[in-house]
Design a protein around this ligand. Sequence first.
Ligand SMILES: *[C@@H]1O[C@H](CO)[C@@H](O)[C@H](O)[C@H]1NC(C)=O
Ligand SMILES: *[C@@H]1O[C@H](CO)[C@@H](O)[C@H](O)[C@H]1NC(C)=O
Ligand SMILES: *[C@@H]1O[C@H](CO)[C@@H](O)[C@H](O)[C@H]1NC(C)=O
Length: 194
Amino acid sequence: MAKLFPILTTFLLFFFFSSSSCWAHSEEQMSSFLRSEKRVEKAAYETQSHFQFFWHDIVSGPSPTSVRVAQAPSEKNSTTSFGTIVMIDDPLTVGPNLSSPLVGHAQGLYSFAGKDSVGLLMAMTFVFAQGDYANSTIVIMGRNDVFSQVREMAVVGGSGLFRLARGYAQARTHTFDQTTGYTVVQYDVFVTHS
Ligand SMILES: *[C@@H]1O[C@H](CO)[C@@H](O)[C@H](O)[C@H]1NC(C)=O
Ligand SMILES: *[C@@H]1O[C@H](CO)[C@@H](O)[C@H](O)[C@H]1NC(C)=O
Ligand SMILES: *[C@@H]1O[C@H](CO)[C@@H](O)[C@H](O)[C@H]1NC(C)=O
């Protein structure tokens, strides 16, 4: 035991210094870009809002709001347009008619991510144009299997009034014009924010 004690002490000292220097090192790395850190209480109340508006995907005519930007060579042989990417700046309106008041725009893209069935990957930001919500955003991401009656996508975040937003959006096709490709989709967005 008397012989073991110095060995044990050396081992413990070594362990202490090696782990503390490692800790100091990682703290130094952290503090180079960490500007502040604090523990916060959760708000007792959060706001849950339900928004409803209509999304207009205008793919043809003199001023399309939806443009195809890329496609895989094999897309021509695909019945599901697999491998196509479409960029959008689609108007959002209060009612289903394009001439109804403007709510904002859906900016982003959708891509055809389904090989055997049509399944879009939606990645878009709803940018609001009106009143208190002007310039605040809600970010949507998720799968949109357009032939289903109701499609659900995630609200993955937001900005402005919608900072730290979370929730979900439900999409229902309102009208689809087979000759022009013009599609109107009803969006119901359920969002929890501070
Ligand atoms: C499309 O399919 C045809 C017939 O199967 C084939 O010859 C052609 O190479 C395919 N094209 C592409 C781009 O995959
Ligand atoms: C949309 O509104 C315009 C102008 O108010 C009207 O002429 C048109 O018929 C409406 N379209 C539909 C599909 O209701
Ligand atoms: C929103 O942003 C635009 C520029 O993108 C700016 O002109 C406008 O004043 C902003 N509105 C508000 C309410 O901040």
